[in-house]
Design a protein around this ligand. Sequence first.
Ligand SMILES: Cc1cc2nc3c(=O)[nH]c(=O)nc-3n(C[C@H](O)[C@H](O)[C@H](O)COP(=O)(O)OP(=O)(O)OC[C@H]3O[C@@H](n4cnc5c(N)ncnc54)[C@H](O)[C@@H]3O)c2cc1C
Length: 405
Amino acid sequence: MKQPRALVIGSGPGGLTAAAALHRRGWSVTVLEKAASIEPVGAAISLAANAQRALDAIGVGDAVRDLAAWEGSGGLRTPEGRWLSRTDAAALAERFGGGIALVHRADLAALLTARLPAGAIRTEAAAEVEDPGGPGEPARVAVPDGVLEAELVVAADGIGSAARSALFPGHPGPAYAGFTTWRLVLPARPVAFAPHETWGRGELWGSQPLADGRVYAYAAALAPAGRRSPDGELAELRRRFAGWHDPVPAILAAAEPGQVLHHDVRWLAEPLPAFHRGRVALLGDAAHAMTPNLGQGGNQAVEDGVVLAHHAAADPAAVPEALERYTRDRLPRTRTVALRSARAGRVINLTGPLAVRARNALIRGVGLLGPRVVLRGLDGIADWEPPGGGADPGGPYASPAQAAP
Ligand SMILES: Cc1cc2nc3c(=O)[nH]c(=O)nc-3n(C[C@H](O)[C@H](O)[C@H](O)COP(=O)(O)OP(=O)(O)OC[C@H]3O[C@@H](n4cnc5c(N)ncnc54)[C@H](O)[C@@H]3O)c2cc1C
């Protein structure tokens, strides 16, 4: 049978995972990225055991873990520095089969890109779904120099997905979640510290060492949509967080304005009716953008990529049917995770002094019951297994070379 063709729109974690998984299954894959290079925006990304198992299924998990820092041995603090609860790496691994790995996004992108053949990624290739295709009809995608056809199109074009608007024009699109975020990576640790996330009143700060000595820090705060600081976002961060416990002031003192990324958080509050139309599958933030409170948006995108390749490989001649199965698998799961994440955001963003005191007392109380109880928040999420379980041996088209990790 002719080698089936897939076009992947977008080279974020979702698009690159889908591309690597489809290539491994024997598909001819072209990734279309509108940016001039594969340089992911967004600093670092935490990958829980669910995403690591998805990456294991395509032979990338060990390489990711080799580059990772582990988030297990930190905890949750108050702005004054009091520990509310401590996480425990061993308990995490025991409960979910793995800890939380923190990697730089560029490293994840490089590992996934290395699984693709030379020439599979086209940059400066803004793509638009022209026709989603259907049984017996290929899908058509417009790119700057023409129109491409394929048996499968993976629309992994992020939260502002043009493919989503084209396929579901009646959908209202992303809604503002009520808070804004900042992220930065420092080239070196200004002081020694244990990883932590710190919850204040409608504000949050996290500091995480990366494995190579760099520091990933992130912050969030309730704010009106579109607000920009007149003297720059680093000045805004210093105003809000310089009085918080160590190492926050040291990180803020060492940071430079150009290192700070700032994004308002939007999510798909209204779910899509399906994650596909014809031969086009929506994936990652394009399909189910969620708030970052559980650190699962990218994890779910990675899961999507592996599950999509699994269904598409079953019978590449029957892509529309495979995409029905993909929607059935992924829509309920990602909706549950998105709603849990939004709920966590509401707790984190409490502002009333009494409510914050009650929240903190509850967390401290639960923490006293032991790490197993604290970790229940990730039950049903981090324990996910890819379809078929374990390493994906490659599909019916895979040559031995393609099937090797
Ligand atoms: C503050 C913050 C912290 C976060 N932390 C985590 C975390 O720790 N763990 C986690 O799992 N998730 C986290 N997330 C969520 C995570 O960033 C996203 O869920 C993830 O990046 C989604 O991946 P994606 O591949 O779907 O889309 P994206 O990463 O958005 O990639 C989309 C790609 O498509 C390209 N593109 C767009 N339109 C076109 C077009 N027309 N043609 C061609 N290319 C196009 C874009 O240039 C981009 O490269 C966080 C989010 C925020 C805001």
